[in-house]
Design a protein around this ligand. Structure first.
Ligand code: SUG
Length: 416
């Protein structure tokens, strides 16, 4: 089979809850204290994966990480009874947002002709900073074929790295050499700029990228201050197309010119602020979309239903579809449980461009495996988690057993 883009979605874990842990993520803050529905959440995520499979696209998945995370609590000398936020951190199902798992450079971009992945350290948020050691273990299992892949540990925590959520790749076609764009922040008003430029530079060096096909672009501080805690909340790229809000970058004109200079076939679809304000973009998550090349050659934008139902966003999308631009289809999906924590369709997936035959098949989805995963979720995932239950020993047993059942069903108990 040829080199294609495979989307690896995070299976939403059995401890999914709303603890309001992410400063600068408006959805996480506004849903803090709500009752969460892990079973429904995981089934929504699975339905999104099936939706992409039905489009004829390659689909993979990554597993929830071990929660509650005893290693994290013991590293800070805690037993989970001290501080509700630390307890909630140890229970967080945030690894579902696999766009933050790693930064990926396909083989066509790298000096040694292998696909490189660097786990993201996610240091800005304590609940996310615990993810990478388990993430890297999983990436080393899925991408174990050393002829085709190199998996790197996270860069040191002096530089904040949020992975693919702040990285875009543009190219003539997935298999051809690409332009890799690292989007960093310097400041975001009251909110942290989570991606540091030095992290992007380190990843580019580790991956052996060609400096002539690598760009470092500053995110607009106003976008961060308005709640765009990751670049993928205001822009998404696929092959030759960049779909972006007018206010995504600190220097929009300079950014577009630099892209066009390096990739003359680039098509940049800019959504103006007077049609969709930054606030509307962030509330609706229009840009946290999967921009996909369909087998027919057309591009489709998989958006959250929240964007489809937003009056001004919908008006803009209708006009875009009527204009016959490069994006020909808009496909809404329901991932509301994840959205309430600030995770739209794009957050839930990590893109890896490779021949699927090079990936450990246990991480690839087909219809039969989707049914198997669905059966495990339906039987084992808690129906609901209220904030007061976080830390409960009984619920911890349920969460641990649920993950264990999934690992057994998928023959992945080595990740226990
Ligand atoms: O890091 N939310 C995640 C959402 C990540 C979205 N990812 C991308 N944009 N690619 C975050 O802010 C909320 C968890 C809580 O509040 O309990 C959370 O971690």
């Amino acid at each position: 089979m040829a080199v294609v883009e495979i989307n690896f979605d995070g299976i939403i874990g059995p401890s999914h809850n709303y603890a309001g842990l992410s400063l600068g993520n408006l959805a996480s803050a506004s849903h803090a204290g709500d009752v969460a529905y892990p079973r429904a959440a995981a089934l929504q995520g699975l339905a999104k994966m099936r939706h992409n499979l039905a489009l004829g696209l390659a689909q993979g998945f990554l597993l929830p990480l071990p929660r509650p995370n005893a290693r994290f609590l013991s590293a800070i000398g805690a037993d989970g009874s001290e501080n509700p936020r630390l307890t909630a951190a140890a229970w967080s199902a945030s690894s579902m947002w696999t766009a933050n798992a790693a930064t990926v450079s396909p083989a066509a971009d790298t000096a040694d002709g292998r696909c490189h992945l660097t786990a993201a350290n996610l240091v800005t948020m304590p609940h996310r900073s615990q993810e990478w050691p388990d993430t890297v273990r999983q990436l080393r299992a899925a991408f174990a074929n050393a002829e085709h892949f190199a998996v790197h540990d996270a860069v040191p925590p002096c530089f904040g790295d949020e992975g693919a959520a702040n990285h875009m790749r543009m190219c003539a076609g997935h298999a051809s050499p690409g332009l890799e764009i690292f989007v960093y922040g310097t400041t975001g008003g009251a909110f942290p700029a989570r991606q540091h430029v030095e992290a992007g530079r380190a990843v580019a060096r580790l991956h052996g990228l060609d400096p002539a096909r690598t760009l470092f672009v500053e995110q607009n501080p106003d976008a961060i201050a308005a709640g765009a805690f990751h670049n993928d909340v205001v822009a998404v790229a696929n092959e030759r197309v960049l779909f972006t809000h007018e206010l995504a970058f600190a220097d929009p004109a300079g950014t577009y010119a630099a892209i066009r200079e390096r990739l003359p076939e680039a098509e940049i679809v800019v959504v103006p602020a007077d049609a969709v304000s930054l606030a509307d973009a962030i509330k609706s998550y229009l840009f946290n979309a999967q921009l996909l090349s369909l087998p027919s050659g057309e591009m489709a934008l998989v958006i959250p239903t929240e964007a489809w139902e937003h009056v001004r966003v919908r008006a803009w999308l209708d006009a875009m579809l009527a204009s016959n631009g490069p994006i020909r289809r808009v496909l809404p999906v329901d991932v509301r449980q994840s959205m309430a924590n600030g995770g739209g369709p794009a957050c839930l997936r990590l893109r890896v461009v490779t021949d699927p035959a090079t990936v450990d098949p246990r991480f690839l989805l087909d219809a039969a495996k989707a049914s198997l995963i669905e059966a495990v979720i339906t039987e084992h995932w808690p129906e609901s988690i209220a904030p007061a239950q976080i830390g409960s020993p009984e619920l911890a047993q349920t969460v641990i057993a649920a993950r264990r059942a999934l690992l057994e069903a998928l023959d992945l108990t080595e990740l226990a």
